[in-house]
Design a protein around this ligand. Structure first.
Ligand code: SF4
Length: 213
């Protein structure tokens, strides 16, 4: 079976270093991590464009909930997401909206705090940890699961079990885990789509193609 590290290396050889996550500021990155729940990035971009000059924690804190919901409407589930963003901003306010202050927290403490915010699950928390707070955690999503299942892994059902499995196979370095998530997303856009395009896939020689008709 191909190792986690070899999957990483093969995708890296094909795609090069991925400067993921796409955002102009750390706060925008964190908003994006919430907005992308259950939708695609195009819709997130529209929602962020509607927020435009309001992408600052104080402005989002002070924006009426209903207005926030309307502005992020393109991302879907906008009423729920507006509540999540408000809850997240209230938490961030405890750190005076200072990313450097948040970063001082140990990984376990910070992760538990993020997951404790209503509407922030492990995947959203890990995106923030890896891309906003410089903690080397592997982000697991449906695309990661898809690749590893198809290649032939028995993928643990529980999010954290799968994350830890991947972390055991990769160097514990921020640049690696950040790039890994970007590689996975691109790979699933270019080759491992729902209906995969296996021809030319950098993993094809090692892939068992489990579940593909
Ligand atoms: S060979 Fe096909 S199924 Fe396997 S990883 Fe590549 S695109 Fe996905």
């Amino acid at each position: 079976m191909i190792t986690v590290h070899d999957i990483y290396e093969k995708m890296l050889a094909r795609q090069g270093i991925q400067r993921w996550w796409p955002a102009d500021s750390v706060f925008e990155m964190m908003l994006g991590a919430i907005l992308v729940q259950n939708t695609n990035w195009r819709n997130v971009e529209q929602a962020l464009a509607n927020l435009a000059t309001f992408i600052e924690p104080e402005k989002i804190r002070d924006m009426p909930l209903e207005e926030l919901g309307q502005r992020i409407r393109p991302s879907g589930f906008y009423n729920q997401k507006a509540l999540k963003i408000k809850a997240f901003v209230a938490w961030f306010g405890r750190y005076h909206f200072d990313v450097a202050e948040v970063k001082k927290q140990p990984f376990d403490v910070l992760r538990a705090e993020l997951i404790g915010i209503k509407g922030i699950g492990p995947e959203t928390a890990d995106c923030m940890l890896a891309y906003a707070f410089d903690k080397p955690v592997v982000v697991v999503d449906a695309y990661t699961r898809r690749i590893f299942e198809r290649v032939g892994y028995e993928v643990p059902k529980k999010y954290d079990d799968f994350r830890q499995m991947l972390e055991r196979g990769l160097p514990n370095e921020l640049a690696v885990v950040q790039t890994f998530h970007g590689l996975v997303l691109n790979h699933c856009k270019e080759h491992c789509l729902k209906k995969p395009i296996c021809e030319g896939c950098p993993l094809e020689s090692d892939c068992l193609k489990i579940g593909i008709a």
